[in-house]
Design a protein around this ligand. Structure first.
Ligand code: NDP
Length: 446
């Protein structure tokens, strides 16, 4: 760690005690910034980096709601408005029992750099609740979303803060949230939320965007080694929004997905994962992935609580949650011949795992670059809302593809400029940082 940056990290650790994921995210970025601060010392002036590590605003609120048995339930809601130097705060909402302030801060911090990398005018934010949607009826989900928005709405706006989905928040939840926002404000402000349904202002290709974008990014990395997805075996963790559309694009590119998972365990299918069946189980029936072998038959088996990373593959795409791939998993993947790892999730690989991949010469795409296609397409949704326009799937996907190629090239070029060719972690952190830092300097001490 650079000697100018170490005291900044020390202060972040002191002031945000116990927020381990936030510490991890800040440490990883500061470890990358040494070369840029050495070359451009002005970026460290005016406590710019200290300000970058401190959210502009943190909102925590009570979310009371009534369940189907007429019992009152209380959850905690969060919105961390991290940085608005480049545009309105932008980042998803996560509904999961593990949510706490430290997790939302790590996600908001990452989001700031990710959004900068897209080249689009969006700042960074993140929010959510410790509400557990699993097993809840539609009516309960709706009442929870309405109560959540009854506090949240006053902090949002198309020029202020524009949330979207994340773990546990998909099209259904965005619909209920938007409905309540519209009702309270008496405004049809389509640009206040993204990930909306097509009939009320959503963008084509937004549902697919994060997964498709991650695969576009990995394709670009593979091309630097003169190879591609064709005929390669891939493992994708998770079976939610990001995982499903990651698998879809891998299949379109001629790859074979051999395993996917949920928080209960993983399935391996020697004949290749049947994506229609996964969609049926997870998107329509909202069941567990353990149902897959029962419906698919002999080629598939389910391993409860196992490590999906034990399954041999050439391409691994962790797409479930933070720190789901540790050093031991990374060693196993390397031993099994993995050549590329693309993070669909946010910070799914532990720092030790990242180090092992990099030392082994594995192509490694960090989440803040590889999964930026979701937020980029959210920004395209905002553009369509602002111009009362609606683009075709093809046009939107082409824009997404161009954006992902640009992000790839910008990370690769930056890594090279700063003396670490092929280091996408360093490239993403520096390229994102420079864009936010330039804007923060121009805006003065705020
Ligand atoms: P979903 O809720 O649609 O799916 C999440 C998947 O991950 C599910 O299969 C879930 O299993 C699994 N999972 C969640 N938590 C855990 C856990 N603690 N341990 C093991 N498995 C877990 O979420 P998304 O697909 O939207 O998000 C996945 C990741 O991608 C997150 O890191 C998110 O921040 C990131 N991301 C999402 C974007 C988006 O556009 N949606 C954009 C950029 C990043 P189960 O069903 O059992 O809970």
């Amino acid at each position: 760690m650079d000697e100018k940056l170490q005291p900044i990290l020390d202060e972040v650790l002191r002031r945000n005690a116990g927020e381990e994921e936030f510490h991890q995210a800040v440490r990883e970025v500061l470890e990358s910034l040494g070369p840029v601060v050495a070359r451009h010392p002005a970026y460290a002036d005016g406590a710019l980096i200290e300000r970058l590590c401190e959210p502009e605003r943190q909102i925590i609120f009570r979310v009371p709601w009534v369940d189907d048995h007429a019992q009152v339930q209380i959850n905690r809601g969060f919105r961390v408005q991290f940085n608005s130097a480049l545009g309105p705060y932008k980042g998803g909402l996560r509904f999961h029992p593990s949510v706490n302030l430290g997790i939302i801060k790590f996600l908001g911090f990452e989001q700031t750099f990710k959004n900068a990398l897209t080249g689009l005018p969006i700042g960074g934010g993140k929010g959510g609740s410790d509400f557990n949607p699993r097993g809840r009826s539609d009516a309960e989900i709706m009442r929870f979303c309405q109560s959540f928005m009854t506090e949240m709405y006053r902090h949002l706006g198309e020029y202020t803060d524009v949330p979207a989905g994340d773990i546990g928040v998909g099209g259904r939840e965005i619909g209920y949230l938007f409905g309540q926002y519209k009702r309270i404000t008496n405004r049809y402000e389509a640009g206040v939320l993204t990930g909306k349904g097509l009939v009320y202002g959503g963008s084509r290709a937004r549902t697919e965007a994060t997964g498709f974008g991650a695969v576009f990014f990995v394709r670009q990395m593979l091309a630097t080694r003169g190879t591609d997805f064709d005929g390669k075996h891939a493992t994708v963790s998770g079976s939610g929004n990001v995982a499903i559309y990651t698998m879809e694009k891998i299949l379109q590119f001629g790859g074979k997905v051999v395993a996917c998972s949920d928080s209960g365990g993983y399935v391996v299918d020697e004949s290749g994962i049947d994506l229609d069946l996964v969609k049926q189980i997870k998107e329509i029936r909202r069941e567990r992935i353990s149902e897959y072998p029962r419906l698919k038959g002999a080629s598939a088996h389910y391993i409860e609580k196992g490590r999906i990373w034990d399954v041999p593959c050439e391409i691994a795409m962790p797409s479930a949650t933070q720190n789901e791939l540790n050093g031991k998993d990374a060693r196993q993947l390397v031993q099994n011949g993995v050549i590329a790892v693309g993070e669909g999730a946010n910070m799914p690989s532990t720092p030790e795992a990242v180090r092992i991949f990099q030392e082994a010469g594995v192509l490694f795409a960090p989440g803040k670059a590889a999964n930026a296609g979701g937020v980029a397409t959210s920004a395209l949704e905002m553009q369509q809302n602002a111009s009362r326009d609606s683009w075709s799937f093809r046009e939107t996907e082409e824009r997404l593809e161009r954006i992902m190629c640009n992000i790839h090239d910008s990370c690769a070029d930056t890594a090279e400029q700063y003396g670490s060719p092929g280091n996408y972690v360093l490239g993403a952190n520096i390229a994102g940082f420079v864009r936010v830092a330039e804007a923060m300097r121009a805006l003065g001490l705020i």
